[in-house]
Design a protein around this ligand. Structure first.
Ligand code: KIV
Ligand code: ZN
Length: 504
């Protein structure tokens, strides 16, 4: 059986230190429950002495989750440890994470101290924390830039004092993978008693090497990794959970694995991104919008013949429905045909040739070819038309008033229908009006607005995930417009058209 790697998630502590990403306690509970369902072993819930809000979050999270250990951060200070222990009172499994700086920068500049005093303070903090809990993790802050011989002395001393886990953070993201791996190896070989504790990695991404360094640590003996969802965290972020977990799933030869239910990765990634207002970069490994999108003709052809030609992960394994074939001027006939078929339009070879020629002209002018454009093109080129399409003909909304309202005129299969409704905002009102015109029960499961560039004249791109209750079909609708209400309505209608196409 594969060796177990413990997942210590610090999205709600190190991740939440990102400016503008603070969550309230209710939101933290939502994330913590999602992390529990994802299968993480430890949730670092906050730094209780830092603020009453953090204290309260640690306390409430302790009540809200069952399986993961709840961990609270402290400095090597008695008061911090007492407050952390109090905040953890209701946790079924609890851990205090205490520590101190061990590099010369920290010892002499920040702490105005010397190595011997640091050793004493480290040992005293661990012993004090052990008075309150059985599970104490010690962090050797800035271990990445610390002298290995001194670090080994610290590790030996804190394990002797009762630390169950020892964290070797590359606090500044300075290390190279070989260097970080060698550091862990050195400690495994030179710190007496180290095998009584679990060694943990905690890598920052300042040089873009957090995941590589973490894996180097694991390959050299670390059995816990400290990670965040989407790699969020201070400055350039922390190691991302999804990258480490999926690397181990892909490289079965490593024979180390986690308990993560990978099919929940996308759901948790989107939840964290939405709640923290932190869009995921489109090319982010595993969870970025383009991580499973193929746009060049050669790649599309390969993927359509056999997904594994250009994909090392099955998108379903991380919770996506499928890979995406993105149509651009570089796409080939195979991709165009595939997309048309998904939209319910099956072209003959000569029709495909004609549509392809028109498609290339359009793709040269417009970088974002939407399903709507394709169906229009297919209908115009072949004279077959596209049956049953829903289009937004007119939209009028009233917002900023006591009761937001919307009037929507839709063209459904060539006939005009009008509806009006009120809602808790203009989008809600318009969506309610549209729902009253369609004969299917749908639920919006996700709604994401992203600015494409910057500025108040920006184009808003909207993504909605829609679930049809009776068929359990799930589709994604997209639209972009400078008017975000219009974009939201069009994205909803785009999703409805996709649902209709699934049934044809
Ligand atoms: O980066 C770091 O060193 C930390 C410690 C507090 C664990 O976040
Ligand atoms: Zn950190």
């Amino acid at each position: 059986m594969a060796d177990k790697l413990f997942i210590f998630d610090t999205t709600l502590r190190d991740g939440e230190q990102v400016p503008g990403c603070q969550l309230n306690t209710i939101e933290k509970i939502e994330v913590a429950r999602a992390l529990e369902a994802l299968g993480v072993d430890v949730i670092e819930a906050g730094f209780p002495v830092s603020s009453p809000g953090d204290f309260n979050s640690v306390r409430e999270l302790s009540k809200a989750v069952t399986w993961p250990t709840i961990c609270a951060l402290t400095r090597a200070v008695e008061k911090d440890i007492e407050v952390a222990a109090d905040a953890l009172k209701y946790a079924r499994k609890k851990r205090i994470h205490t520590g101190i700086g061990v590099s010369e920068y920290h010892i002499y500049n920040k702490l105005k101290s010397d190595p011997e005093e640091i050793l004493e303070r480290a040992v005293a903090a661990v012993k004090y924390a052990r008075r309150f809990v059985d599970d104490v993790e010690f962090y050797a802050e800035d271990a990445g830039r610390a002298d290995n011989a001194f670090l080994a002395r610290v590790v030996e001393a804190v394990v002797r004092a009762g630390a169950t886990v020892v964290n070797i953070p590359d606090t500044t993201g300075y290390c190279l993978p070989g260097e970080y791996g060698a550091k862990i190896k050195y400690l495994m070989e030179h710190a007496d008693g180290i095998h009584k504790a679990v060694i943990s990695t905690h890598c920052h991404n300042d040089l873009g090497m957090a995941t590589a360094n973490t894996l180097a640590g694991v390959l050299n003996g670390a059995r816990q990794v400290e990670v965040t969802i989407n790699g969020i965290g201070e400055r350039a972020g922390n190691t991302s959970l999804e990258e480490v977990v999926m690397t181990l799933r892909c490289h079965k030869d490593i024979d180390i694995d986690t308990d993560i239910n990978t099919q929940r990765i996308i759901e948790v990634s989107r939840m964290v991104s939405n709640l923290m207002n932190m869009p995921v970069q489109p090319n982010k490994a595993i969870v970025g919008r383009n991580a499973f999108a193929h746009s060049s003709g050669i790649h599309q052809d390969g993927v359509l013949k056999n997904r594994e030609t250009y994909e090392i992960i099955d998108p379903k394994d991380v919770g996506l429905e499928d890979s995406a074939i993105v149509l651009t001027a570089r796409s080939g006939r195979a991709a165009l045909k595939h997309r048309l078929e998904l939209l319910g339009f099956v072209p003959e070879q000569d029709e495909l040739d004609k549509i392809y020629a028109e498609f290339l002209k359009l793709a040269d002018k417009k970088k974002d070819i939407r399903d709507e454009d394709l169906l229009q093109l297919a209908g115009d080129t072949t004279g077959r038309g596209t049956q049953g399409k829903i289009r937004v003909k007119r939209l009028q909304v009233l917002s900023g008033t006591v009761i937001p309202a919307a009037v929507v005129v839709l063209d459904i299969g060539g006939t005009e229908f009008t509806a009006s409704a009120t809602g808790n905002g203009p989008v809600d009102a318009a969506v309610t009006a549209i729902k009253s015109l369609i004969d299917r029960k749908v639920i919006i499961q996700e709604f994401l607005i992203q600015a494409m560039t910057k500025g108040s004249d920006d184009v808003g791109r909207v993504h909605v995930q829609i679930h049809q209750v009776d068929t359990h079909h799930v589709v994604h609708g997209f639209a972009a417009n400078t008017d975000v209400v219009r974009a939201a309505v069009e994205a909803f209608v785009d999703g409805l058209n996709k649902l209709m196409n699934k049934e044809e």
